[in-house]
Design a protein around this ligand. Structure first.
Ligand SMILES: CC(C)(COP(=O)(O)OP(=O)(O)OC[C@H]1O[C@@H](n2cnc3c(N)ncnc32)[C@H](O)[C@@H]1OP(=O)(O)O)[C@@H](O)C(=O)NCCC(=O)NCCS
Length: 151
């Protein structure tokens, strides 16, 4: 069956949630997603203003990329929020295919910057670096744990 890259729509959410669970519960992430937790995460991203994504199909869903454009003072920036490829089809060029489709669509919308979060020194970092993404020297991700018993 031929590969096809199509715009990501609501109709892809169920298959995308199943794929997300399978990919991110496996190495190197070892998350604990279920379809019940993954689907609303993806649905919320898709429902965000400026949402844009692509699904890679070969009959079944093999991968997807999804994020949204955010207004910025000099135009819009794109937050690439989710991306994954079926585990047994990784490193065969499918992620590259999805990313290039996304970037072309962003260029057509005159969006000049994309950014994302990923694990430090993880395999995904190598993938994005190969495609020209760099670690920002200006920005830091900051986080805080909130213990419900603290005031
Ligand atoms: C990251 C991901 C989307 C890349 O898609 P892909 O189809 O596997 O990547 P491609 O085959 O198009 O590109 C492969 C290149 O990316 C890099 N890369 C991808 N996976 C890698 C890995 N596990 N280890 C090292 N480099 C890796 C390499 O440069 C590789 O080139 P090479 O195979 O010639 O060495 C996919 O591997 C994936 O879904 N990973 C698990 C989920 C994930 O981490 N998503 C991103 C979260 S931010």
């Amino acid at each position: 069956m031929a590969l096809a890259v199509v715009p990501f729509t609501v109709g892809h959410l169920d298959a995308a949630a199943d794929l997300y669970v399978a990919v991110f519960n496996a190495a190197p992430w070892h998350d604990r997603w279920t379809a019940t937790t993954a689907r609303p995460r993806l649905a919320d991203t898709l429902a965000t203003p400026g949402a844009l994504g692509f699904a890679l199909l070969e009959g079944d869903l093999l991968g997807f990329v999804l994020g949204f454009a955010e207004p910025w003072f000099d135009g819009a920036h794109f937050y690439l929020k989710e991306m994954c490829v079926q585990s047994d089809r990784q490193r065969t060029g499918l992620g590259t295919c999805l990313l290039l489709h996304l970037e072309q669509a962003l260029r057509e919308q005159r969006i000049e910057r994309a950014y994302l979060l990923t694990a430090h020194e993880g395999p995904a970092q190598a993938f994005y670096a190969k495609h020209g993404y760099y670690t920002s020297s200006k920005m830091r991700v900051m986080a805080r744990r909130l213990d419900p018993s603290d005031r």
